[in-house]
Design a protein around this ligand. Structure first.
Ligand code: KIV
Length: 263
């Protein structure tokens, strides 16, 4: 039975109107999803950043659709309230509209996620978003720094020149017109993110895009201090690497000294 308290896509749009910030974090497994959901996170993103933070790859490019589905299904099993969105990984949607529909269709059929996210605002992607929404698959867009384009764009801040900024504004408007229900704005100047947020009726979720977005997202491994290296815009709220190291050291010491288990 559907959970009447569960966050919906329509709810996100209402929160934008009311200026109620949308809280979003990434998750890649069951127990993390349970904790984030119970803590009140509104939108859990099964981001393809899991390729790096959970699977040890050096970029998001290698993660497969099967792997994303495996992680998304686990996250959904741990989530009761939050809206769960799954990234379509690199080369699971760029080749053709039919490839995108087949990939997104698998995600929706094989997991309980509510929507998929895909990157970019090129006319090809706009057409894909239009076709996905036409067949009933909700889509979240992602503009600015798009990590799946690392080989062409790198990881630098996007939208620094006037022409780049205009291109990103046009992409954001076109994504809304194509049917996207929300947009991630990644690593763009604050004023550009504010302009886009004001121009759109759909909510913007910022990461490295300043405080004027409708919501904020972080990669949870960064927030928890699990990542070896942080992007310049991320913030760690706890040093979990150190806390885990201390716990493992205590366990090792107690076993070595015969203190655990007690007899
Ligand atoms: O993959 C991811 O985690 C993302 C967020 C950075 C928005 O796309």
């Amino acid at each position: 039975m559907a959970n009447s308290m569960a966050v919906t896509i329509q709810q996100l749009a209402k929160w934008k109107q009311k200026r109620r910030p949308i809280i979003s974090l990434t998750a890649w497994d069951y127990s993390l999803a349970q904790v984030l959901d119970a803590a009140g996170v509104d939108l859990i993103l099964v981001g393809d950043s899991l390729a790096m933070v959970a699977l040890g790859h050096s970029s998001t490019l290698p993660v497969t659709l099967d792997e994303m589905i495996h992680h998304a299904a686990a996250v959904c099993r741990g989530t009761k309230r939050a809206l769960v969105v799954c990234d379509l990984p690199f080369m699971s949607y760029q080749a053709s509209v039919s490839q995108a529909i087949a990939s997104a269709g698998r995600v929706l059929k094989e997991t309980d996620v509510s929507a998929v996210k895909l990157e970019g605002g090129h006319p090809r992607i706009l057409h894909t978003v239009d076709e996905l929404t036409a067949v009933g698959i909700p889509v979240m867009g992602h503009v600015g720094l798009t990590p799946q384009s690392v080989r062409t764009l790198g990881y630098k801040q996007q939208g620094q020149t006037t022409s780049e900024a205009h291109r990103i504004i046009d992409e954001a408007i076109a994504l809304e017109q194509a049917g996207a229900f929300s947009l991630v704005l990644e690593h763009i100047p604050r004023d550009l993110a504010a302009t886009i947020t004001d121009k759109l009726t759909i909510p913007t979720i910022g990461i490295g895009a300043g405080d004027r977005c409708d919501g904020q997202v972080l990669v949870t491994a960064d927030l928890l201090g699990l990542s070896a290296k942080l992007p310049p815009f991320a913030k760690s709220y706890v040093n979990l690497r150190q806390i885990i190291t201390d716990a493992v050291t205590d366990f090792t010491q107690e076993v070595t000294e015969g203190k655990f288990p007690e007899h």
